[in-house]
Write a protein that binds this ligand. Sequence first.
Ligand SMILES: Cc1cc2nc3c(=O)[nH]c(=O)nc-3n(C[C@H](O)[C@H](O)[C@H](O)COP(=O)(O)OP(=O)(O)OC[C@H]3O[C@@H](n4cnc5c(N)ncnc54)[C@H](O)[C@@H]3O)c2cc1C
Length: 456
Amino acid sequence: MKDYITVIGAGLAGCEAAYQIAKENIKVKLYEMKPRKYSPAHSSKNMAEIVCSNSFKSNLHTNACGLLKEELRILDSLLIKVADESAVPAGQALAVDREMFSNKVTQYIKKMEYIEVINEEVGDNIHLNELIDDGIVIVATGPLTSDLLSKEIMELIGDNDLHFYDAAAPIVTKESIDMNIAFWGDRYNQERAKDEDVELWKNRVKGIEKSDYINLPMSKEEYENFWNALVNADVVELHKFEKREIFEGCMPVEVMAKRGIDTLRYGPLKPVGFTDPRTGYRPYALVQLRQDNTDGTIYNIVGFQTNLKFGEQKRVFSLIPGLENADFQKYGVMHRNTYINSTKLLDATYNFNKNKNLFFAGQITGVEGYVESISSGLVAGLNAVRKFKGDTEKNEFNESTMIGALAKYISTENERFQPMNANFGIIPALDEKIKDKRLRYEKLADRALKLIKNKV
Ligand SMILES: Cc1cc2nc3c(=O)[nH]c(=O)nc-3n(C[C@H](O)[C@H](O)[C@H](O)COP(=O)(O)OP(=O)(O)OC[C@H]3O[C@@H](n4cnc5c(N)ncnc54)[C@H](O)[C@@H]3O)c2cc1C
């Protein structure tokens, strides 16, 4: 076995992982292709470069990302410590001076005697299979992993399990959907059930006998009102390298809507095969929501991948009857993003199922966001240490912590896996029912922080 651990990519996840390993006095070879080669979004020669917004989101514990940061602080995350040291005024959020942040991380990493930085692109003169051969490796090359390495990863995991774009629809909590308007049912099954057995049909739409989808029926007026808002809403300006052909099967909902007022009614909002239990008739249009986690606490809006700005998503999608008070846990996105199908490939320590010497960390695992990438780097780093020391017991985090919930989400089977950010919808519910959202999140955060403190 090699007497060091290899980390590929000195971004947010890779630097965190390298730190967690080196502080255990284990040697790290940290490969970073900059400054020899840059991804289309990177431009600084420093490590842990912040490519877009300088915000690490809220610091409040009642915010999912705030809770995740607090957990990381308790667990001695280098990158969150540096983010705190580089903070600029941003109210309750943690925003950083991006130059100072990357500079400080680079200095910390360079000063650690157990870390050797090698400025090489893995996939060029040095290859992934050579590094894994008799050695422990963490791949943390991010959403813009170089083409050469992407090819090598694909050879290792299979073509179908590496994605280059994400097209995620917004996700809302189940409890925030108005079930007085919504009804359960699968297309045609729900209508058939009505013909065959009226009692069964009534039970099914009431949710007593659950089916896979929650359906939101719309009248003509409601649909036209929604359509008008959608086609006039503000969209995000894409980066140049993200502009691409739109595939018919994965078109932003607003682009499809602009093709004509009825296009959505023949596409994702097709009402055929449904009867609105409130009227006994087929609705004019119908939005479907599909379960998104095993606990059934969060649902995604089917076919609503979008480039609308986040505020616009809340405004426009809340016009859908039944979603007026929807609690959005994740907004829809469509961007360039290299990520693996972790649900099939990784366990909850970010360890590759088929070769336990290999770990993945960061955005490439399907966690989404700066802080989420750091958290996966920390978990992968701790587990690489464990593996290096020959300890067979996994260092897993309880799923009631944000760090553990994310790891569980990306490693749990899910046919329609899309990248995920920290949110309270992926954490198991409390034993007691608390209606007030703030209070509920406070209790969830208390429970999570207790679990983390007990672990350290
Ligand atoms: C354009 C864009 C904007 C984003 N904006 C935000 C945002 O505003 N807020 C947010 O929370 N998240 C954002 N993200 C998502 C994500 O949180 C960041 O990309 C984050 O930096 C991911 O961390 P990482 O460690 O996984 O990857 P990175 O930080 O990208 O680090 C990967 C490192 O690996 C190196 N590398 C790549 N290939 C190789 C190779 N073959 N050999 C050696 N080194 C290699 C890269 O040079 C890079 O330094 C954005 C992503 C993109 C692409």
